[in-house]
Design a binder for this molecule. Structure first.
Ligand code: NAP
Ligand code: ZN
Ligand code: ZN
Length: 360
């Protein structure tokens, strides 16, 4: 008979889980493995709430197995390291993002692209090497092979750094890979949420001109004054969109719901690149003619490899980049999810795990 989540491993753990597709989260006892020889165990201090957590708890992608403890923007302090760990010691500030495992031997892994390994193991809702299901960072402690652990530089505040582990790397990686990181280029960022606001910050630090494309004027003032965007388009205003046609070298599209691609492709110059990082649960419509005319590209990108994630964190430390967050207690999580579904957050919820997750 399969062991229950509470006693399949020796180390007690406590978090919040969703039990069904209502997505409602509530307290949950489970367990974690003892620190293996290459493992780092850490006390979770903060965990960001990614829209992927929302897709997952509601089973919008049809891939969720319950109970699910979400959370893949996890930061904390190391409490124990295995005998063969070389990169970390007790007391270090560390983070874990979306990945806790991969084969480490396939062509992608060998190129530091663990994020494209066919055997990658996600921080939650994945089957681990030992056959047990992984649980994420809405919990009091975490254990991971050191390969998948990121070092957090001292000057970065831990709460605002948590969202870099998913939202940050998810936009940093395509800016680099698609060559949209050259000073002076014009970048569009569609959707000013968790991912979108990080895209604005990274692109500005790289010297790009950035235009936000949003569904309403609600976020305009902050986008320009606080985040440093150079322009702001309202996607529902066709006249405004028309005027901006053919002006952008690239676009990072972070929208979490089904939306029209055609007006975005129209914003691109010839050879422009539309990079999709948002993951709506239904297909998007793509007409080929607007791509042919101007040799434009539509591509995708999934988080980033571990080496690049460390590079992104170090870049963030150098340029003082962290997420703009709303720090919330654990028991606010269901309200936060509700607000996230309405794009009502500036710009990332982060759970204050250490101060608000109570097991009694
Ligand atoms: P988020 O904070 O909710 O931001 C998404 C933004 O999209 C919203 O703030 C809103 O911006 C815009 N939006 C929402 N509904 C829309 C609609 N119907 N039409 C047009 N725009 C709409 O979400 P997030 O955490 O940034 O994640 C965004 C998406 O990326 C999710 O699907 C998530 O699963 C996915 N994701 C992918 C990866 C990857 O590796 N590729 C990693 C993490 C997340 P405005 O208010 O400005 O309109
Ligand atoms: Zn995420
Ligand atoms: Zn691999």
């Amino acid at each position: 008979m399969a062991m229950s989540a509470e006693n399949e491993h020796p180390v007690k753990a406590f978090g919040w889980a969703a039990r069904d597709c209502s997505g409602h989260l509530s307290p949950f006892k489970f367990s974690r493995r003892v620190t293996g020889e290459k493992d780092v165990t850490f006390k979770v201090l903060y965990c960001g709430i990614c829209h992927s957590d929302l897709h997952n708890v509601k089973n919008e992608w049809g891939t969720t197995s319950y109970p699910v403890v979400p959370g893949h923007e996890i930061v904390g302090v190391v409490t124990e390291v295995g005998t063969k760990v070389t990169k970390f010691k007790v007391g270090d500030k560390v983070g874990v993002g979306c990945l806790v495992g991969s084969c480490l031997s396939c062509a992608n892994c060998k190129e530091d692209l663990e994020n494209y390994c066919p055997k990658m193991i996600l921080s939650y809702g994945s089957k681990f090497h030992d056959g047990t299901i992984t649980y994420g960072g809405y919990s009091d402690n975490m254990v991971s092979d050191e390969h998948f652990v990121i070092k957090i530089p001292d000057n970065l505040p831990l709460d605002g750094t948590a969202p870099l582990l998913c939202a940050g790397i998810t936009v940093y990686s395509p800016l680099k890979y698609y060559g949209l990181d050259k000073a002076g280029m014009h970048l569009g960022v569609v959707g000013l949420g968790g991912l979108g606001h990080m895209a604005v910050k990274f692109a500005k630090a790289m010297g790009l001109k950035v235009t936000v494309i949003s569904t309403s004027p609600n976020k305009k003032k902050e986008a320009m004054d606080r985040l440093g965007a150079d322009g702001f388009l309202i996607s529902r205003n066709t006249e405004e969109m028309q005027l901006a046609m053919g002006t952008m070298d690239g676009i990072i599209d972070t929208v979490s719901a089904v939306h029209a691609l055609l007006p975005l492709i129209g914003l691109l110059k010839s050879h422009g690149k539309l990079v999709l990082v948002g993951a709506p649960e239904k297909p998007l419509e793509l007409l080929s003619a607007p791509l042919l005319m101007g040799r434009k590209i539509v591509g995708g990108s999934l988080i980033g490899g571990i080496k690049e994630t460390q590079e992104m964190i170090d870049f963030a430390a150098k340029h003082d980049i962290v997420a703009d967050i709303e720090l919330i207690p654990m028991d606010y999580v269901n309200t936060a999810m509700e607000r996230l579904s309405k794009a009502d957050v500036k710009y990332r919820f982060v759970i204050d795990i250490a101060n608000s997750l109570k097991s009694s």
